[in-house]
Design a protein around this ligand. Structure first.
Ligand code: ADP
Length: 282
């Protein structure tokens, strides 16, 4: 297993005792797997990402990456968040390069060759995310979508084995969001990076993931872990009309709404559909 979580839980001390944010959970993530985490606001999804990243200690449990305990942040894990996290005083290229300069502080030796390779990698990523012409611009000169493309390039520059993304496209308009989803799919298919992706958007989760993990309200518990059953290559806007897609979307929405309705009832309530087989698919 690439990532192995055992009994990972979190509670925060408060004035009236402990507040449980995340109920202890086990999760195994295969190498190259893309998992979306969906659940109500405040159920502990971001907390879970912070724990896996080594940015925050768990109250209980352990996280192993390739069999080794995660005790703090490291280059093996790339991060991307919804909010703007680029340094406003650095150019796009300097922002993308920034994680590498941090690594250099720790290891100065043998620098010249590596610096050349890294410069080539930074430039390659800038081209890949379509920011080559804006490499010398400041973040404030970019649109929201371009800033997130720069943040994505920065998350990938250290060649992470695991990518943790917390609603990275949540603040973008619909068209830009679709473009970013396409770019991300392209990148992860080529690099097979193991990814945990937090989103509120069930369509987005199904379009991108191998597996969708659904959380309950706080303290978050895993309600279901669903393998996405349709081929990723076929994923596009037309897919949202596909019966298998709709079936899984209904299943996830029903879990999120916490009501056990029959499939036919759900169809009528959520989609106004009348001709779906009550037996359902898989
Ligand atoms: P999500 O990402 O699912 O919206 P979070 O992981 O951000 O949820 O938060 C889970 C719960 O933990 C929330 O109820 C939140 O109020 C609480 N929480 C998060 N961070 C802190 C903190 N530093 N101190 C106290 N409570 C916190």
């Amino acid at each position: 297993m690439k990532l192995s979580l055992r009994g990972v839980g979190k509670s925060y001390p408060g004035r009236r005792g402990e507040t449980s944010a995340l109920f202890p959970l086990d999760m195994d993530v295969r190498e190259g797997e893309f998992i979306s985490l969906v659940g109500p606001s405040g159920c502990g999804k971001s907390t879970l990402l912070h724990i896996v990243a080594g940015l925050e200690p768990a109250t209980t449990g352990t996280v192993d990456l390739d069999g080794e305990r995660v005790l703090g942040p490291g280059a093996e894990i790339g991060l991307m968040f919804q909010q703007q996290t680029l340094f406003p005083w650095l150019s796009v290229r300097e922002n993308v390069r920034f994680p590498l300069t941090l690594a250099h502080r720790r290891a100065r030796a043998g620098a010249a060759d590596r610096a050349r390779q890294e410069a080539a990698r930074v430039d390659g990523l800038l081209r890949l995310v379509g920011l080559w012409d804006f490499r010398d611009s400041l973040p404030a000169e970019l649109s929201g979508g371009m800033q997130q493309r720069a943040a994505l390039a920065r998350a990938l520059v250290g060649q992470p084995e695991v990518l943790l993304m917390d609603e990275p496209f949540g603040a973008l308009d619909a068209q830009t969001r679709e473009d970013m989803q396409e770019l991300l799919l392209h990148l992860i298919q080529h690099h097979r990076i193991t990814t945990l992706f937090v989103t509120h958007d069930v369509d987005e989760a199904l379009l991108l993931s191998d597996r969708v993990v659904v959380f309950s309200e706080r303290p978050g518990r895993v309600l279901a872990s669903l393998d996405v059953t349709f081929a990723r290559q076929a994923r596009s806007s037309e897919l949202k009309l596909d019966e298998a897609f709709l079936h899984q979307k209904r299943e996830i929405l029903a879990l999120l709404r916490g009501r056990a309705r029959t499939e036919a009832q759900r169809d009528r309530l959520l989609f106004g559909l009348t001709n779906t087989s009550p037996e359902g698919g898989s």
